[in-house]
Design a protein around this ligand. Structure first.
Ligand code: AMP
Ligand code: MG
Length: 343
């Protein structure tokens, strides 16, 4: 009898210590921010290996940026672009994977999403101090260089070949999504059960919040200043990525030019949308799709989101109507009176 009592009380002690211990470990939060990939990158992680995990996350993000940026010479994308019309260039598995995903989305959207938009993007340079409105002749000259069909991929050799001289790839619409997926994989490898990574408009939440409730993520109000929201989405183990005309733009003579280009015109996409948000589990897909849906516009955008399994969307049109796909309606709350939920 006494032995059973002793064992029982030992079990109790172990249980109590276990629970308290788990609480202490789980609530140990580490958060950090650093400017990378042209944006402020914020990360939060809970758990006893959180610190080490975040070291690895930022190192990995810097590595991805170094491989894929078009804004610094010496990247793999830079090498691919420099060899356009001359020769295939061997790239790392990271870059190969992102380029081939980007080409797949170009095919899916009939070229509305197109990573070969680089010759046009480099004329506008929206988001940089030397941004300008190109002369119409410059656009006409650069436009024939845009077209994903001119990209040749060789999976066995891991090479990318741009078939016309002057062609160029820009992964600005998709690389942050890949980075978010990689960051979350690193958190998981380190046993982190709860965390968040935000790369500009690109967010991934791992698990629930430490209190066991879903994360509440704000959807940016597309016409107001940063960090004011039009609505809140409650999610766990999911990514939320927004593309909007408000993110980067240039104002000239009362005209606003934003950074998302319609590859068929070479000018900022004249979308009926002011923002497109995707919620799903893969951030590379969400990133490619948020840009795609913005260019496609409301009707085609909603049709595409509804056709793809596991993809939810929140679209805001110029009339301030908010369209939410069925699978997300219960998790979305509109909080801003300037907007109205569409029926
Ligand atoms: P995001 O902020 O993810 O919507 O991506 C916008 C960025 O992607 C721009 O700053 C350009 O670098 C690039 N981009 C612009 N237009 C397109 C397009 N139609 N397809 C693919 N990338 C684009
Ligand atoms: Mg994108």
């Amino acid at each position: 009898m006494r032995r059973i009592a002793v064992i029982a009380s030992l079990v109790m002690v172990v249980l109590v210590v276990g629970i308290v211990g788990a609480r202490i470990v789980d609530s140990r939060q580490v958060s950090r921010h650093q400017f990378l990939m042209g944006t402020m990158i914020e990360a939060k992680a809970y758990g006893y290996k959180a610190n080490r995990a975040l070291d690895q996350v930022y190192a990995r993000l810097a590595e991805i940026e170094q491989k894929m940026t078009v804004n610094q010479p010496g990247s793999e994308i830079d090498a691919v672009n420099a060899a356009a019309g001359r020769s295939p260039v061997q790239v790392s598995p990271d870059t190969y994977q992102v380029v081939s995903k980007a080409i797949a989305y170009a095919a899916l959207t009939g070229g509305k999403f197109d990573p070969t938009i680089q010759p046009i993007v480099s004329l506008w340079r929206i988001g940089f101090p030397d941004a300008r409105v190109p002369r119409p002749e410059e656009i006409t000259t650069a436009l024939p260089l845009v077209g994903y069909r001119g990209v040749q991929l060789d999976e066995t050799r891991s090479t990318v070949y741009l078939t016309k001289p002057g062609m160029g790839i820009d992964l600005g619409a998709i690389a942050k999504g890949y980075s978010a997926d990689e960051a979350v994989a690193i958190l998981k490898q380190n046993g982190v059960k709860s965390g968040l990574i935000s790369l500009g408009g690109n967010i991934y939440v791992l698990g629930n919040r430490p209190d066991g409730k879903p994360w509440r993520i704000g959807v940016q109000d597309p016409v107001s200043k940063r960090d004011s929201f039009l609505g809140i989405v409650e999610i766990a183990d999911a990514t939320l990525v927004t593309s909007g005309a408000y993110e980067r733009y240039l104002d000239v003579d009362g005209q606003r030019y934003h950074h998302i280009i319609d590859p068929s015109t070479g000018y900022p996409a004249e979308s009926d949308l002011i923002s497109a948000t995707i919620v799903t589990t893969s951030s590379i897909d969400a990133d490619a799709l948020s840009t795609s849906l913005f260019v496609l516009g409301r009707a085609q955008g909603l049709a595409l989101a509804n056709q793809l399994p596991g993809i939810e969307a929140i679209l805001v049109d110029k009339g301030n109507f908010v369209y939410v796909t069925d699978g997300l309606k219960d998790q979305f709350t509109l909080i801003n009176q300037d907007y109205q939920l569409a029926k």
